[in-house]
Design a protein. Structure first.
Length: 193
């Protein structure tokens, strides 16, 4: 049985709950509700739960440190479970991917994402898997206010469909490996067709 830490990134507190930047939290919330997993245990500077899927033990964490300190929570969870970076899957919002797309990536930079930046600073490199939930870029203006803005109501209605697609990608990753999961999903928009 292999163990992974799945870290959904976001900011704690009701004022951030429905913001684009909290896509990682919202993704884990939906998964947890579908599987009846409480992600409520206070540990690793996070709210944590556990999901057993197809011979994998998945430690689900929602860091409660605020986005720019996410690395602290992730590092605690990996150290406690004695896991290498390759057993980490980070779920996060991604400006460079259109809304409706969810893509896998291994390794790479942080692209200005403060949560990824914090993880990479503390863990030394970016050699982990990312499940990137597209939020698109604002047509103009400041990206900070955009990512910290609430998801508009028309997009809120579509989030369950997008998150369910993300869950399918995650399950394919665990069952069939990263190359297959990437090749079958990374060019899709899940709101089309």
């Amino acid at each position: 049985m292999s163990t992974f830490v799945i870290a959904g990134l976001g900011n704690p507190g009701p004022q951030y709950q429905w913001t684009r930047h909290n896509a990682g939290f919202l993704f884990l919330d939906r998964l947890a509700s579908q599987e009846s997993i409480p992600v409520t245990r206070k540990t690793f500077s996070s709210l944590a739960g556990e999901w057993n899927y197809s011979n994998h033990r998945l430690i689900l964490i929602k860091p409660q440190t605020f986005m720019n300190l996410s690395g602290r929570a992730v590092m605690q969870a990996l150290q406690f479970h004695k896991l290498p970076l390759t057993q980490l899957i980070v779920v996060h919002d991604e400006l460079d991917i259109p809304f409706g797309s969810v893509r896998l990536k291994q390794d790479g930079g942080h692209g200005g994402h403060n949560g990824l930046r914090s993880i990479m600073e503390l863990l030394g490199k970016g050699d982990f898997i990312r499940l990137r939930i597209g939020i698109g870029r604002p047509p103009f203006g400041d990206t900070t206010s955009y990512v910290l803005g609430n998801v508009p109501s028309d997009q809120m209605e579509q989030l369950p469909r997008i998150f369910d697609a993300g869950r399918n990608i995650l399950e394919m990753l665990l069952s069939d490996g990263l190359p297959k999961a990437m090749s079958l999903n990374n060019n899709k928009n899940f709101l089309e067709g």
